[in-house]
Design a protein around this ligand. Structure first.
Ligand code: HEC
Ligand code: HEC
Ligand code: HEC
Ligand code: HEC
Ligand code: HEC
Length: 215
């Protein structure tokens, strides 16, 4: 008996089904990936040492730059080395069990493996220095870090969120002297215009151009 369908037709159908399946899987993965960004909103991230910004920043008033030393000058804010913590904790709470890992890290020269709270995909270019220099304060993007016992993600960091501000950043600027303040209010609208002029902002076209963030 001759086959009803040629082998070629069967192959085509099989390939089509496979392609469809692949597409379904890819779609689901994309949704999961996008949903994750929102899921993590407001969710404290477990760390190897339960480092508290609430205690160090909120109660003790330590400046962000003491630990995130490159936030004004570089793309990355940087995380503190063990030596920075030991600047205080070689004396203070030396024998606290919570700090045992800190002393082990010093002895072994292995940095603490902090879990990342924010991670942009690799194809996105972000730079802290430019934002801070123009008066976009930490609190605009990271929320009230000074009230976080463990750090969490306060904003979704989706492209739409970046663009919302890039389309009209004037209203979100503070004087650069307040870039590190957690509770300085946004200036009133009449001052916002002045700040924006002083900041010599890039054109809106440049701020929303794909190649600005995908280079
Ligand atoms: C005494 C040191 C210290 C000070 C001061 C400090 N931080 Fe941190 N920060 C850390 C450490 C350690 C981590 C990594 C552990 C964690 O995520 O909590 C961190 C993590 C963060 C993260 C999450 C990074 C990520 O993985 O995406 C943000 C955002 C942050 N800090 C913002 C701030 C801001 C804003 C200030 C000032 C208001 C500040 N920090 C002051 C030590 C410090
Ligand atoms: C315009 C939004 C924005 C502002 C303003 C901002 N950050 Fe961030 N921050 C981000 C994003 C986005 C990331 C994730 C970067 C990545 O994955 O490459 C991040 C990551 C970090 C990290 C993790 C280490 C790193 O550099 O990737 C720290 C620490 C941090 N920010 C601290 C600060 C501090 C302190 C300030 C204020 C001086 C600040 N940020 C201001 C958006 C911002
Ligand atoms: C400038 C001094 C200073 C530096 C630098 C510093 N700490 Fe602290 N740390 C303190 C003080 C003060 C307290 C007590 C905080 C409180 O209870 O208000 C403390 C408390 C702690 C505690 C006890 C739990 C708590 O939150 O009260 C841990 C854990 C801790 N620090 C970890 C770290 C780590 C990890 C680093 C480095 C990323 C670090 N500290 C850097 C001053 C410092
Ligand atoms: C709250 C407002 C705000 C948010 C949110 C924000 N930005 Fe910006 N961004 C600015 C301002 C203001 C500038 C400075 C523009 C200038 O120099 O005139 C800037 C500049 C930049 C530049 C440098 C532009 C250049 O001309 O080289 C990059 C890259 C950038 N942002 C990426 C991002 C990304 C990626 C995100 C999201 C993860 C983001 N920004 C979120 C306000 C914001
Ligand atoms: C202000 C910064 C910024 C600009 C400008 C920008 N993007 Fe993005 N883009 C991002 C960020 C951040 C992400 C990753 C976060 C996310 O999942 O949305 C992203 C993700 C993407 C993705 C991955 C899929 C997705 O939506 O998650 C594509 C595709 C993309 N961008 C294309 C573009 C194109 C095309 C343009 C120009 C019309 C553009 N982007 C302009 C910041 C930017």
């Amino acid at each position: 008996m001759t086959a009803v369908f040629s082998r070629r037709a069967v192959l085509v159908v099989r390939l089509a089904v496979l392609a469809l399946l692949g597409l379904c899987v890819a779609t689901v993965l994309l949704f999961v990936w996008r949903a994750r960004a929102y899921e993590q909103l407001g969710e404290p991230i477990t760390q190897p040492i339960p480092f508290s910004h609430k205690h160090h920043v909120g109660d003790d008033g330590i400046d962000c730059r003491y630990c995130h030393t490159t936030v004004e000058t570089a793309a990355h804010a940087g995380l503190p080395s063990t030596a920075v913590c030991l600047g205080c904790h070689s004396q203070l709470f030396r024998d606290q069990p919570l700090l045992a890992l800190l002393h082990r890290s010093e002895a072994s020269h292995q940095p603490i493996a902090w879990q990342r709270v924010h991670v942009l995909p690799e194809f996105v270019y972000f730079n802290h220095g430019v934002h801070v220099a123009k008066g976009v304060a930490c609190v605009e993007c990271h929320g009230r870090v000074d009230q976080m016992p463990l750090a969490w993600r306060a904003r979704p960091l989706q492209m739409q969120w970046c663009l919302d501000c890039h389309r009209d950043p004037a209203a979100r600027l503070r004087p650069t002297s307040q870039a590190f303040s957690m509770d300085a209010p946004l200036p009133p609208p009449d001052q916002a215009g002045l700040l924006a002029r002083e900041a010599h902002l890039e054109s809106r076209r440049r701020m929303t151009d794909c190649s600005t963030c995908h280079r």
